[in-house]
Design a protein around this ligand. Structure first.
Ligand SMILES: Cc1ncc(COP(=O)(O)O)c(C=O)c1O
Length: 388
């Protein structure tokens, strides 16, 4: 075994299943291991590297900021924080929306639930089965997947209803503070809500006085071929949560709050030492600027069309998702095909739905890289039929 792998295995808790190589550097859609071998990264560091790996815009911005002021808390004003919040509101929010910065997706969801509870004065949060919202207490209680196992004591004030079922949502929303939902359930397998479900949920929330929260940790910031799922599905949530791509890999999370809900948040209710720190904030501004300037949202939509029109394999029974958050559903478990792609030095993701290959590439991905994946799948499927 390689020395770096042995060191990690010795000193870190064995909580993750890892790709069997040691990553050294990355650029655009490509990463290199310690031996200098090059991999096409269509997993994007789990949807983080939206503008590519180690993008020059972000590395320059954080180097400059680090030399100027590495950190000060939220007790002082800071230009970098102001500009990052404006960039997020301008790109994903609406006039009058306001931002709370934190450090991760789980924290963003915790804070969104907290805001909903204090704004409505109610306790219950309704979530959809199959969603993934993070690993901290309320976020894991809201997560409707296997990850909640063994945590029975948590989440007395969270109720799970079937994804897509408006009647169940209506019954559960009676007296509830919020409905928290991933519009595309990525970890589950890119299971995608219908527009009528999302718009129906919005209407039910407004009727019952609950707040609608979209977990946009994966769907946000251009990935779905629109600035966010709110834009892609035409539904207006009271809050959206962001992380992953937000600062291109510098830890950052955010709750984007609509004007009507923001007006009811009281001073002192929320807080975070590191959230909104200057380093993350310059990375957020540089990331959003690159997504807008390079028209990466439009590219995500174009690459989705290319994949849908050219991945015509009998082994792929369905393509779920939107933009560059896609699930290729196979007619068998996806593991062997993912392993065969890895042998060809192409990284893709799995999902809780074992038949799914998840694609979450940088939004800078182009026809050449999509063609490499298509060609690799063609070879793998052809070899299987020879073997069969
Ligand atoms: C949709 C969604 N929400 C929340 C989270 C949690 O984010 P984090 O790991 O930054 O806490 C994830 C992480 O994969 C996610 O996919």
């Amino acid at each position: 075994m390689n020395e770096s792998m042995a060191l990690e295995d010795k000193y870190l808790l064995p909580t993750y299943e890892k790709f069997p190589f040691v990553l050294d550097r990355g650029e655009g859609c490509w990463v290199w291991d310690e031996n200098g071998d090059k991999y096409l990264d269509l997993y994007g560091g789990h949807a983080v590297a939206a503008i590519g790996h180690s993008p020059a815009e972000v590395t320059a911005a954080i180097s400059k900021q680090a030399a100027k002021l590495l950190f000060y808390s939220n007790l002082v004003y800071n230009r970098a924080r102001a500009e990052a919040a404006k960039a997020l509101v301008d790109f994903c929010g609406e006039a009058g929306s306001q931002v709370f910065f934190c450090n991760s997706g789980a924290e963003a969801n915790e804070n969104a639930m907290r805001i909903a509870r204090s704004v409505t004065g109610r306790a219950m949060v309704v979530v959809a089965e199959g969603g993934f919202h993070g690993r901290t207490a309320a976020a894991i209680a809201a997560t409707g997947l296997k990850y909640r196992k063994g945590l029975a004591g948590l989440g007395a004030d969270i109720v799970h209803v079937p994804f897509g079922d408006l009647d169940a949502a209506e019954a559960a929303l009676e007296g509830a503070a919020a409905f928290l939902l991933e519009p595309i359930q990525s970890v589950q397998g890119a299971t995608t809500a219908t527009i009528s479900y999302l718009q129906g949920l919005e209407a039910l929330c407004r009727k019952s006085g609950a707040l609608l929260i979209f977990d946009e940790v994966q769907t946000g910031l251009g990935r779905v071929g629109a600035p966010s799922a709110r834009h892609a599905f035409g539904a207006r949530p009271h809050m959206q949560t962001f992380a992953k791509a937000l600062a291109s890999g510098v830890p950052a999370g955010a709750v984007l709050v609509s004007p009507e809900a923001a007006a009811k948040v009281k001073p002192g209710e929320l807080g975070s030492t590191f959230g909104g720190g200057p380093l993350a904030c310059v990375a957020i501004s540089a990331t959003i600027k690159a997504i807008v300037d390079k028209k990466l949202t439009e590219n995500a939509a174009k690459m989705e069309s290319l994949i849908r029109s050219t991945f015509k394999f009998p082994q792929i029974t369905e393509i779920r998702g939107r933009g560059l958050l896609l699930g290729l559903v196979l007619d068998r478990p996806s593991k062997a095909v993912r392993d065969a792609l890895l042998a060809k030095k192409i990284l893709v993701g799995g999902a809780d739905d074992k038949s799914v290959i998840r694609l979450l590439p940088p939004l800078t991905v182009g026809p050449a890289e999509i063609g490499l994946l298509r060609g690799a799948l063609a070879e793998i499927f052809a070899a299987e039929s020879v073997a069969a």
